[in-house]
Design a binder for this molecule. Structure first.
Ligand SMILES: [Zn+2]
Length: 269
């Protein structure tokens, strides 16, 4: 009897989890999706605002223009891809924003809802507009593929158990906030995303490659960028971006495998 009850519970939990899955565009991978997008976006918008208030946003017109220019082109590519696939609903509450922060950190990130920061420290490595498109395409891909939400969902399952999820979210907003901090970093690290899994990294490379190609940047530049990135770490402590984004042979080989697909989307400007 106990055993049967257990089985019933498990079946119910599994049914719940299956119902709470969504599909990643382009790769078609199924992912766990338990956090309502509205919650993700409201946390993101608030934290992005706080981040900008407590960090030095650059006023260098040339850098701002460069980052916004590339960002908007990637944004348009994402929007057109989502529109073609009938997925525009997923982007309708986005409030895209592209800011440059004056810092030696070699880093960039995009929070849910299209909230992007590029650190001036990464610009010498991205070098060209297309190089920057590699980084921004990749970071924006993490956001539109809802990798943060998926990680929070996995944490929620691990920590609170399947059956209480909707209740937990409803009754414990602070628990949801803690999940967010567990994924998006805390304290001094705040704003610096904690490392994504290998699956999320290669998926963001794949989507980013397609988005940059659609935006009119030659996707082959991705191979050049990752090669530069791996060389720039030689001898010194690895920069932030390298520690969360290892530019190893597997990464570059995977990108090369996806090149023919990305080239189908590429129209040189
Ligand atoms: Zn990444």
């Amino acid at each position: 009897m106990m055993r049967l009850k257990h089985t019933v519970l498990w079946v119910a939990a599994l049914a719940f989890i299956v119902a709470a899955c969504s599909t990643v565009p382009i790769t078609g991978r199924k992912q766990l999706s338990l956090i309502p997008q509205a919650e993700m976006l409201s946390m993101s918008f608030q934290q992005y605002g706080d981040f900008l208030k407590t960090n030095k946003v650059t006023t260098d017109a040339q850098q701002v223009q460069l980052v916004r220019g590339v960002g908007v082109r990637i944004q348009k590519a994402v929007e057109s891809y989502f529109a073609q696939k009938g997925l525009s609903d997923g982007l309708k509450d986005y409030k895209w924003e592209f800011n440059v922060v004056d810092s030696k950190e070699v880093n960039a990130w995009c929070m849910p809802g299209g909230k992007v920061v590029v650190y001036t420290g990464i610009l010498p490595v991205t070098k060209t507009e297309a190089g920057l498109a590699v980084v921004m395409g990749h970071e924006i891909a993490h956001a539109v593929a809802e990798h943060g939400s998926e990680r929070m969902s996995q944490e929620l399952i691990a920590n609170m158990g399947g059956m209480l999820l909707s209740k937990a979210l409803e009754e414990k907003p602070e628990a949801t906030k803690n999940l967010w901090l567990g994924v998006y970093g805390v304290g001094a690290q705040f704003g610096a995303l904690l490392p994504f899994s290998r699956t999320h990294e290669s998926e963001a490379d794949h989507l980013g490659l397609v988005f940059m190609a659609m935006a009119g940047y030659d996707p082959h530049e991705a191979v050049d960028f990752w090669t530069r990135m791996s060389q720039s770490s030689g001898g010194q402590a690895p920069p932030e971006f390298m520690s969360t984004h290892p530019a190893d042979a597997t990464r570059i080989a995977d990108i090369q495998k996806e090149m023919p697909e990305a080239m189908q989307y590429y129209k040189a400007r």
